[in-house]
Write a protein that binds this ligand. Sequence first.
Ligand SMILES: [Zn+2]
Length: 459
Amino acid sequence: MKLISAGAAQTVTGSSHLLELCGKKILIDCGLFQGPREIEARNYEPFPFEVSELDAVLLTHGHLDHIGRLPLLIKQGYQGPIYTIHATKAISKIILLDAAKIQLEDYERALRKAKRSGRESEISEPLFGNGDVDKTLAAFRLVDFEQPLDLGNKVIAHFRPAGHILGSAFIELDCPDGRIIASGDLGNRESAVQEDATLPRECDAVIVETTYANRSHRSLDATLIEFHDVLRNSIKAGGNVLIPSFALERTQNILYHLKNMIKAGDIPQMPVYLDSPMAAKMTGLYSRCANEFVPEIRERLSDGEDPFFPETAKFTISSAESRKINDIDGGAIIIAGSGMMTGGRIVHHLKHNLWRREASLVIVGYQAEGTLGRRLINGAERVRIFGESIVVRAGIHTIGGFSAHADKDDLLRWLKATGKARIYMVHGEPEVMSEFERSLHQLDREAIMVAQNKFYDLP
Ligand SMILES: [Zn+2]
């Protein structure tokens, strides 16, 4: 059995791992590299395997960093099946079409700018377009959780719930040579929405994500108390409350908590705008898929209640509706993307609210270095938005406890169930993995930090 990683090796994006077992070549995920330009440049590099020789692609979940290079695989001649859970197919369609649209817009904008300045455009052509996405989606084959999938040569795959986002799975592969498990992204046991990840079976090798393998998340109770306090004080200040949010998972979590708080009278009945067409689509999926959620949400959905739609919610889809929100100078909660404030409708709302002393910005997600979100957390007194200098007078609050990823304790508990399996660490920063490796050594577990494009012989 062999492993070669084509991404998410000593970094957190570009997830893609090729497994060879019993004569079959199976690719787990085919994600996009995201982040600074030098990382994104890797999307243009060739895959470290012969695309036409792949037998199957198996997807763990629909995040862009796990599916975003699928259209490249198809463009380069892959004609086999892409197996996944039903919800992941629905999510992938929304995510890939959005990625194609953004790439085209960025490319055309750069081209126009270059023309005006009389220089050559520096931006590369889009990686893929809508047509490539359509061809990719046509290759999808649906599988159910816990059902055996026969991949030939006695290789059997099982998709098991990973508790990370809607549709997320980890994958167990069995064949006469042994058993390999690939974790995909594992969920946070303190999620209020997703059921915990299923525990894996004992195996020979396990490929595990390590995004937050060196830290412990704050408890859900403590996070909710903090979130509630921040909201109450922000609402009291009288201005608008802006919540930048990722369209998938974080938005649905925030809507769910807001609905509960409004219902319980913990915060006043006030308009909640979800100003993101993509997040609205994702929320629609969450409202239609009950089986992966905690029992309380499952029951509410089967009773005909939508736990992701506060009574006072308005989902604004058109740009005209979105612009109308600019006229509101206080008393509304506005949720919009992008999550790190690098683009999207949230930027317009920041321009209209950051200068107001009574407004509040409540940050509920990770803000990478170099983003507008990070500058605001770091206390920037002024920011440039659409060429305008905006003074920052609004209250800036960070709620760190919401995470869709397993922490160190979650990972150790999950890995314990794999018995004596050799551990291959992926999807993490090297410092985080080194720290985690030491914890694993104390438990007598052997762990390897996987390097990209390198062959590993699995036990
Ligand atoms: Zn993920």
